[in-house]
Each structure stands twice: as C-alpha cells, then as structure tokens.
Design a protein around this ligand. Sequence first.
Ligand code: PLP
Length: 283
Amino acid sequence: MKNVTSIFLNGEFLQAREAAISPFDRGFLFGDGVYEVIPVYGGRIFRLAGHLQRLEASLASIRLANPFDRSRWAAMLDRLADSAGEGTLYLQVTRGVAPRDHRFPDVEPTVFAYMQAADPEPGMQTASAITLPDWRWTRCDIKAVSLLANVLARDEAARQGGNEAIFVRDGLVTEGAASNIFLVDGGQVITSRQDQRILAGITRELLLELLRGEGIAVSERDIRAGELATAEEVWMTSSTKGVIPVVGIDGRPVAGGEPGPLFARAAGFYAEFVARFRAGEVE
Ligand SMILES: Cc1ncc(COP(=O)(O)O)c(C=O)c1O
C-alpha cells in the first residue's frame, strides 16, 4: 500500500503487510460502517475535534456504540500520525465480524486506521466536473463506507475527462462525489444548506468561518443546478484537497475557465490558516 507508514487494527499497531480482516466483516459484506479522513500537517492532526464529533454523529446514526472515547482516539491517531508527520489519516469503524445476517450481531466492532504519508507529487490543482443525478440515499450526512454511488460518479467523471462529479437532486446542487460545492454570485459566496442531503464537510465549515472572519458575505441556501452555469466562480472543498477551483462543468468553462479572484483570496486564507496550524498558533 503506497505511502502507508503505519496501521492500527483492533488494538494493534502493524505494518500494512501484517494487517488482515475477516471476509465476514460487516464492512465488507454490507458496507456496515463509517469512516473519517483527516489531514496531518507538521505532525499535528488538523481539526481533530470536528472529525471526532462527526464520527460520533455518524456512529450514533447507525446505532453503533463508539468503541473509544476522544482521548483514546487522539492517542491512537497521534501515534499513527507520528509515523509520517505529513499526510492523511484514515479511520473506519464497522459493526464487526459475524455470520451474514442483516440483523445486528452482538460482537465487537472492527476499528481500523492508517497513516498515509503525503505524496511529493502535487495533487489536484483545478477541477473539471460533470453534473449527475444524485440517486444516493437520503442520509448523506452519515459518513458511511458504502460509497458505491460516489465511486460510480467519480468514475463517470473520469470517463468524461474530468475529476469530480457534482450531484443534483430535485433540481438542486447537493455536493460533489467527494467534496462540498461552493459558488460565487454577485460577489457573494454560496454553498448548499447543511442537512441530511450532504456531508457536514469539515473544510466547508472552516472555509465559511474564515470567509466570515474576513467580512466576505456568505450564504448557506439551496442552489439551483442552473446557477452553476451562470456562477462567477465554482469551488470544491475537502480535507485532502483543501479548496480547489472548478474551472469547467459539463464541458463548458466556468466563467473564463480560470480560477477566479475570490478563489485566490479564499485559498490564501485557507493556506494561511494551515500554516498557522503547523506553527501551533491555531487549533
Ligand atoms: C460526499 C462528500 N462530501 C463532502 C466531503 C468533504 O468533507 P471534508 O471537508 O470533511 O473532507 C467529502 C470528503 O471526502 C465527501 O466524501
């Protein structure tokens, strides 16, 4: 597994080749589990409290008891993060190993996490997106490992030469296959309302906070799909990519096909916050 520097599985710290999970794990059989993806900058885990809070909400929504308290999660993740210092933590909790039956078993959950060192190659810098019908379930606020619709959507985007899919439900933009979506209209920054149709993105929340702090007008409201075509700018956000400009949608350039001026400011605020986090100045 490329760049995986350490693994935690059910109480043990292992190397990737030593880790094994039963094929009867309900994560494998049913997608019965939840997960988080958390950046690590300069050995510090970014927005950990927000991620652990969202994990608690996801676990409560699927009626799975949280196997660890916050300090145990933090200690375990710190140890994994130390194995690389810079990169991404992945964690997953599933309902455990049991004979295949839809009913909940009375077993211990499976707890799996790993640290992946940052790739020296720069990742995605701009996005080119397609829009697709959002035929996922109606609990997209749960960060569930069952991501078939998201995987199919990203694959469809790739087939069409792009790198993100923007979901549209009942004529409204919900979110990306692995991101939240922002647009700029009339100088105002707009993102979809936070409800069960979208994931409560940690990056979305931080960016809204930073923009508000800079006195930039933001609005959380329904976005009609047609607004994507007339927007001055479109951005996407995620923990692994930060803020990225979407420069094309469905084969048409967004505005001039170049990152817009408000994007440059927003990305600057975000980069500055990450730099201050690295330096231990902010949480
Ligand atoms: C469906 C979906 N929406 C939004 C996001 C962005 O969330 P975050 O900023 O917490 O990474 C992700 C992240 O992968 C996602 O998978």
